[in-house]
Design a protein around this ligand. Structure first.
Ligand SMILES: *Cc1c(COP(=O)(O)O)cnc(C)c1O
Length: 417
């Protein structure tokens, strides 16, 4: 029996109905934008492993940095001891941020980074003696993680709020203020409820897991103005959009809007290891300073600021400086726009849209996502439609010919019913 079949009796897959889930593809290795299967087949990767592997797989600079760190020390606890990669990474991330976004709290996953952002927002109010501000305003279609705290600020249907009533904390969720009606709803809600709110959270420019739905910079400007007016913390969840994906290093740059907290993960280590960061302003940080332990931020994952992960993240930042990543993102954007545009005329297609290195073909409905995924495998590409979209978020290093194979596969699969 193979390791796959043996282990299949014991593993529990993500987001899967295990009764009907097909066996996953056994992977032997990865290289660049390619996934090499055990049977020798090569797939061109259209997803970069859940949007993480921005430099392609197995980038030698990251591999060497991790190997060097592994030899020196894999990790030491972050309480009372300091590892150089983490301190260097905090310094570098703070330098990349505008204004006074200067304090970096490291965790080990995106969801936990958002949990920490929520705690900072709420506890900073408590520390200032403002009681009753315990709610986070979130938006329909949003996604911020799978832990209970973050589920509660996801889209209510996708986050299964009704199923878990009584377990999840309750937070208000309103439509993003994108048009006259939703702006009126948003303004009226804030006017009525602002005293119960600590923060507003949004994925800037793109709601990723909610279906790659784009909104304009003016929406973020409106949120900033509202947060300022009512004294709320504005949280930008850039776990998906951060590190070049939308065409700028961070999405907030395109709106000229600076949040009070930013969360980062996914591409932070270039797809190498789990690591996340919650970056807060000096003003928020100072709200935790006092003579009393009661006002301290009470959070600390065991593997906080993991030294191997931080070494990988530093190496990933080096590569952003030494290789023409943002030019590559611009080229990918142009090529995807040109090569996906013909999908607009295909049966069942509702919309085609591109931002940075995100290409989306939205269908009216995808009835059989599993069948569609199978067809993409037969095309030799790794593309995983979900909800109503077929999308590409390739590595920024993907070759133009490889990208053309991905877009051609989408055109072919959507043409043949
Ligand atoms: C993926 C994602 C998360 C959750 O990150 P995990 O590492 O899976 O916990 C949170 N917010 C956004 C915007 C994401 O895309």
């Amino acid at each position: 029996m193979s390791w796959l079949e043996e282990g299949w009796r014991h593993v529990w897959l993500p987001y899967a109905q295990m009764q009907t889930a097909p066996l996953p593809m056994p992977v032997a290795r990865t290289q660049g934008a390619r996934i090499i299967l055990e049977d020798g087949r090569e797939l061109i990767d259209g997803i970069a492993s859940w949007w993480t592997a921005c430099h392609g797989y197995n980038h030698p600079h990251i591999q060497q940095a991790v190997a060097r760190q592994l030899e020196a020390m894999p990790h030491v606890m972050f309480g009372g001891l300091a590892n150089q990669p983490a301190y260097r990474l905090a310094t570098r991330l703070a330098a990349m941020m505008p204004a006074d976004l200067n304090r970096v709290f490291f965790t080990d996953s995106g969801s936990v980074a958002v949990e920490v952002a929520i705690k900072i927002a709420v506890q900073s109010c408590l520390n200032k003696g403002e009681r009753g501000r315990t709610k986070i305003l979130a938006f329909s279609g949003g996604y911020h993680g799978d832990t209970l705290g973050t589920m509660a600020i996801c889209d209510p249907d996708e986050g299964m709020h009704s199923l878990f009533t009584g377990l999840l904390p309750e937070h208000p969720v309103v439509p993003l203020p994108t048009d006259e009606a939703s702006i009126a709803t948003f303004e009226a809600f804030l006017e009525r409820e602002h005293k119960s709110l600590a923060a507003i959270i949004v994925e800037p420019l793109v709601q990723g897991a909610g279906g790659m739905v784009f909104h304009g910079p003016e929406v973020l400007q409106r949120l900033r103005a509202a947060a300022d007016h009512y004294g709320l913390t504005l949280i930008f969840d850039e776990i998906f959009t951060g590190f070049g994906r939308t065409g700028t290093m961070f999405a907030f740059e395109q709106a000229g809007v600076v949040p009070d907290i930013i969360t980062l993960s996914k591409a932070l280590t270039g797809g190498t290891s789990p690591l996340a960061a919650t970056i807060a302003t000096d003003r928020l940080f100072e709200a935790f300073l006092s003579e009393s332990p009661m006002t301290a931020l009470m959070h600390g994952p065991t593997y906080m600021a993991h030294a191997l992960g931080c070494a990988a993240a530093n190496a990933s930042l080096d590569i952003f400086e030494s290789e023409p990543r943002m030019a590559q993102v611009a080229a990918i954007s142009t090529q995807m726009a040109k090569e996906l545009e013909p999908c607009r005329g295909l049966p069942g297609v509702k919309d085609v849209r591109v931002m940075g290195a995100i290409g989306v073909v939205q269908m009216h409905e995808i009835k059989d996502p599993a069948g569609l995924r199978q067809k993409f495998l037969q095309e030799g590409v790794w593309i995983r439609p979900f909800r109503d979209i077929v999308y590409l978020t390739p590595a920024f290093t993907i070759a133009p010919e490889e990208l053309s194979k991905l877009t051609a596969a989408i055109r072919r699969v959507l043409t043949t019913p």
